[in-house]
Design a protein around this ligand. Structure first.
Ligand SMILES: Nc1nc2c(ncn2[C@@H]2O[C@H](COP(=O)(O)OP(=O)(O)O)[C@@H](O)[C@H]2O)c(=O)[nH]1
Ligand SMILES: [Mg+2]
Length: 375
């Protein structure tokens, strides 16, 4: 099926254009007046009729009978009554969603109210994985905040405004802040393989070796002995004590034992993250510490977006204070980080981009995300 939009001064003209190009059997999917309503196109008193029509060279009788369900455009003085009677709302909705899925990205962008000058930028963002609705909303907001300046405003103005808006959306609150007195407690949670244990080793190295702080590591990875070994080995190399806690009481006494430390990093397992009781158990253990355990959810940028969102949901019984993104070196698209930030409002803490301990970690920086998205 071939779908096209036709814009003309009035409905009759648009219809004859559609028939001329797509044939007498062209299917009219929708018709609307553009430029008179609220929104971006109010400028210049611009008003036209836009018709979306489809043609299928091999269309059978059934398809032909479904033709022309769209209502004529409202308030279009010169429209002629050549079209079929208005279709039922439901039919129209069905067709609209069908059309939306069949339209090209550019058509979609236009149907979301974007100006021509914004289309290329929109495409860049969407290609980077930024959610198309969010991108469209962002442009709408840019126009409403900056006052609409038309396409003459130029792509730079739009790009700069988009970057400015992304800066506002992306929350980065710096890395781990040590506290004056008692040890700062930071736990990393998240799905298996995201990079929690490796990241703990990187953080431990930075604070103990570079900043000369007193650090202890606690593994709550009670499901996998091998995982404890991994952490213990890192601890040995860095001369940092590593403990294994098997439950709330155990955790409380280990935390007490290390009350002289500046930083206590807690590693957790992701093994049973599908187990709904897991987060409750984890919460019980953290609560037993007797002080705030700052929780960072560790997520890999190579994960699908639904995994990122699903993980946040899964760990929501805990208070998630920060998100730490790993594997930026392997990431293919970085728009999902922006979507994540907008949806969850969880501030970023660190980024890791490689397996080397301790080099491949840095404090999260919104400019980096923006650079990656625009690559
Ligand atoms: N490429 C890359 N690999 C990483 C990064 N962080 C961790 N890894 C690797 O990911 C795998 C799982 O890491 P691990 O720390 O055991 O994950 P955990 O299950 O969350 O504790 C290991 O092979 C790590 O070397 C990173 O930033 N980039
Ligand atoms: Mg681990």
């Amino acid at each position: 099926m071939q779908i096209k939009k036709f814009t003309a001064e009035n409905y009759a003209e648009a219809l004859s254009m559609a028939k001329k190009e797509l044939g007498e059997d062209a299917l009219i999917l929708s018709a609307r007046t553009i430029g008179r309503g609220k929104g971006l196109r109010e400028y210049n008193g611009y008003s036209k009729v836009e018709l979306t029509a489809a043609a299928d060279p091999g269309a059978g009788e059934a398809e032909k009978s479904a033709r022309a369900v769209a209502a004529p455009p409202p308030a279009s003085g010169t429209a002629v009554a050549e079209q079929a009677p208005p279709g039922k709302d439901e039919e129209e909705l069905d067709l609209k969603s069908l059309v939306a899925t069949l339209l090209t990205q550019t058509d979609r962008a236009r149907s979301m109210g974007l100006r021509n000058g914004q289309l290329k930028l929109f495409q860049t963002l969407v290609d980077s994985g930024v959610n198309d609705r969010m991108a469209a909303k962002m442009f709408e907001r840019i126009d409403s905040e900056n006052g609409f300046a038309g396409d003459r405003s130029g792509p730079d103005r739009d790009k700069n405004a988009a970057i400015e808006m992304m800066r506002r959306v992306l929350l980065c609150k710096g890395g781990i802040e040590l506290e004056e007195k008692s040890p700062k407690m930071v736990a990393l949670v998240g799905p298996t393989g995201a990079g929690k244990t490796t990241t703990i080793a990187k953080l431990a190295a930075h604070f103990s070796l570079l900043d000369r702080k007193k650090v202890a590591l606690i593994s709550l990875d009670t499901y996998r002995i091998g995982a404890f070994e991994q952490l213990r080995l890192y601890g040995e190399i860095m001369r940092v004590p590593v403990e294994m806690a098997s439950g709330a009481e155990d955790f409380r006494s280990i935390v007490r034992k290390h009350s002289d430390k500046d930083l206590v990093l807690v590693d957790t397992t992701g093994r049973s993250h599908k187990d709904p009781a897991y987060c409750g158990r984890l919460k019980g253990i953290f609560d037993a510490a007797g002080k705030k355990v700052e929780t960072h959810i560790v997520l890999s940028v190579t994960s699908q977006e639904k995994i990122l969102e699903g993980s946040v949901k899964q760990f929501s019984p805990l208070t998630i204070d920060r998100v730490l993104f790993t594997k930026l070196d392997e990431g293919m698209s970085f728009g999902p980080m922006f979507n994540f930030s907008l949806k969850t409002r969880i501030p970023f803490s660190y980024f890791t981009a490689g397996q080397r301990v301790p080099e491949d970690i840095e404090v999260a920086d919104r400019e980096k995300v923006i650079r990656l998205i625009f690559n």
